[in-house]
Design a protein around this ligand. Structure first.
Ligand code: ZN
Length: 589
């Protein structure tokens, strides 16, 4: 049993000035954490108790499917060079030099370390499958750390890696993780949704994210309430209502129209009396590519066409151009490359690459929603002019069609056509079929049944330990503080004597706390000599799900039980208290 008077629980009335989200405000106010530097936090007593309980649950469930390791956080450069990620990670990676001048980095993920072990140690299919996991600090030099523990530079992660002889084996390891993650998040009391995720350009084939819907999140989840479709914004698709194409005018070929002073999609559409859905939106971007002959990095123009009312999804575009990042083209670049004023760029009259490998020409990517459309309106590559009767495939040849747009709320579910909803969410876990990327690039090989050397196939799987706590707080808070699900709360019950100067009140509170403690509950006795109001405020603030208030009614043999989430209160006889908590906190399964 713990006594509040002897503990360090520095609660605050005010939240930090820069705190915007509930978890940031309350973790600091409740004395769970303190900031050491931007995006770097110390975990104090209550915070560490919660984290230890979360880690306990994660470990118990992971031990059912894998083996726990503990890997170094300090990695040599050579290791990251061997996978090609030393340069890919850019400024997000913390880098340092040792006294001899050798380059090192702080681990942000550990595919390389795990694959290094597999490469050196695994020799035969008989040793597979393997699932190895660890719970350890990770480091990311975030450009804008914020939101308390939601976006930090040092954080705790459970990361695991699977090695299988073939894709069927990987399916099994992946499903094991999926199921273990569901058990972990269920036990942590979170309401979450499993969404299809973008597997990126890392050669992965399947990926799911575990998301908690909350306004504090920076990710967006698209979901259908009718069927179980759910995907993150970078992966989500929708069924579009067919658009009626315009009738051809003149001889049906592209026809210049004068559109003086009309620059935006909406302006042009209004001026011509058509819907933005009949207009092509043209975006000009640049992607940095390495010239295969000279090895030099050269910018390559990428032009994207979308339906006039659609928005570009950058992650989808990035995977369409081989995982590279794009940047908007400058007006001067547009004029120099296409001889077009920036606001009037269009696809006709430019020689586009026939496929992305044809490097001497610009790439033209056209969103799937424009495939099969006719008589659209596009820019004419000429100041104050647009073109009518523009038909993709007839008047210009795209380098490729691709899914490039972001879904919007209310569009139809791709499976069942019900309207889709979009919510912001926080990612708490991610499972990912890596495929052969690391085992191949780092040269891991095992002998298969026939004595032939094969490359093991890998998966990688992460859980953000801090994310579990922050998501739980975002889900369950009010103006006075938060309440945590008992399995991850720092204590399950706080026993609050209203007046420790009253001998009877004090001794009954002691007795109750002792009894609950002896029965195996995690109890905090608020034995401080403070006014009841102060104690109640603190109890409401720090996330403990139940409070037992010991006050004047002890003379009648009664205390009050308060459930923090609902503020439901009821009197309970002192003798029945332990039995009550057995029932609500340890129900027989
Ligand atoms: Zn649906």
């Amino acid at each position: 049993m713990h006594r509040w008077s002897q503990l360090f629980i520095p609660t605050l009335r005010e939240a930090p000035a820069d705190a915007e989200v509930a978890s940031h405000k309350f973790l600091v106010r409740a004395g769970f954490i303190r900031q050491l530097a931007t995006g770097i936090y110390s975990y104090l007593f209550l915070g560490q108790r919660s984290f230890n309980k979360i880690i306990g649950i994660v470990r118990e469930e992971m031990d059912k499917i894998g083996q726990e390791f503990y890997l170094p956080a300090l990695h040599p450069r050579e290791l990251w060079e061997s996978s090609g990620r030393w340069s890919v990670m850019g400024d997000t990676m913390f880098r340092l030099k040792d006294r001899k001048g050798a380059d090192l980095c702080l681990g942000m993920t550990e595919e390389e370390v795990m694959t290094e072990i597999a490469r050196k140690e695994l020799r035969s299919y008989k040793q597979l499958p393997q699932i190895w996991y660890q719970i350890q600090s990770k480091f990311r030099d975030e450009a804008r750390p914020k939101s308390g523990l939601l976006r930090v530079r040092q954080f705790l992660m459970k990361d695991s890696y699977s090695f299988d002889i073939d894709a069927a084996g990987l399916d099994v390891s992946y499903q094991k993780h999926h199921d273990a993650y569901c058990r972990i998040f269920d036990r942590c009391g979170l309401k979450y949704v499993v969404v299809e995720a973008h597997s990126g350009a890392m050669g992965g084939s399947q990926s799911h994210e575990f998301m908690v819907r909350t306004a504090a999140g920076e990710d967006q989840v698209v979901s259908c309430e009718k069927c179980n479709y759910a995907a993150n914004m970078d992966k989500a698709t929708s069924k579009l209502v067919p658009v009626e194409d315009l009738a051809a005018t003149g001889d049906g070929n592209p026809l210049e129209v004068h559109t003086p002073g009309q620059k935006t999609i909406e302006d042009v559409a209004r001026f011509l009396g058509v819907s933005p859905k009949n207009k092509i939106k043209t975006l000009a971007l640049m992607v940095d590519e390495k010239d295969s002959k000279t090895g030099k990095v050269v910018p390559r123009p990428v032009v994207v066409l979308l339906r006039g009312d659609h928005q570009l999804n950058e992650a989808k575009l990035s995977s369409a151009v081989g995982g590279k990042e794009t940047r908007p083209m400058q007006a001067e670049e547009i004029e120099r490359l296409f001889w077009s004023p920036a606001g009037f760029l269009g696809p006709i009259g430019i020689e586009w690459a026939r496929d992305v490998r044809q490097v001497e020409r610009p790439i033209l990517l056209v969103d799937n929603a424009l495939e099969g459309r006719t008589n659209l309106i596009s820019g004419a590559n000429k100041e104050d002019y647009h073109l009518k009767n523009v038909t993709p495939g007839r008047d210009f040849q795209p380098t490729a069609y691709a899914d490039l747009r972001s879904v919007t709320a209310g569009e139809s579910c791709p499976n069942c056509s019900a309207p889709l909803r979009i919510d912001t969410a926080v990612e708490i876990g991610h499972i990912f079929k890596l495929g052969y990327k690391y085992s191949e690039s780092m040269g891991a090989r095992v002998l298969d049944r026939n004595g032939k050397e094969v490359t093991p196939i890998m998966g990688s799987y992460g859980i953000g330990i801090e994310r579990i706590l922050t998501a739980a707080i975002e889900q369950s808070n009010d103006e006075n503080g938060f309440w945590l699900p008992p399995p991850i709360a720092p204590f399950e019950i706080v026993v609050t004597p209203t007046n420790v100067g009253d001998e009877k009140v004090k001794s009954v509170a002691e007795d109750i706390a002792q009894q609950l403690d002896a029965a195996g509950f995690e109890v905090l006795l608020d034995d401080r000599d403070e006014r009841p109001g102060v104690k109640f405020k603190d109890a409401d603030l720090v996330g403990i799900p139940y409070r037992v208030t010991v006050g004047k009614k002890v003379t009648e043999g009664t205390v009050e039980v308060v459930r923090r989430s609902t503020r439901e209160m009821h009197d309970a006889s002192i003798g029945a208290i332990t039995g009550y908590f057995q029932q609500v906190l340890r129900p027989a399964r």
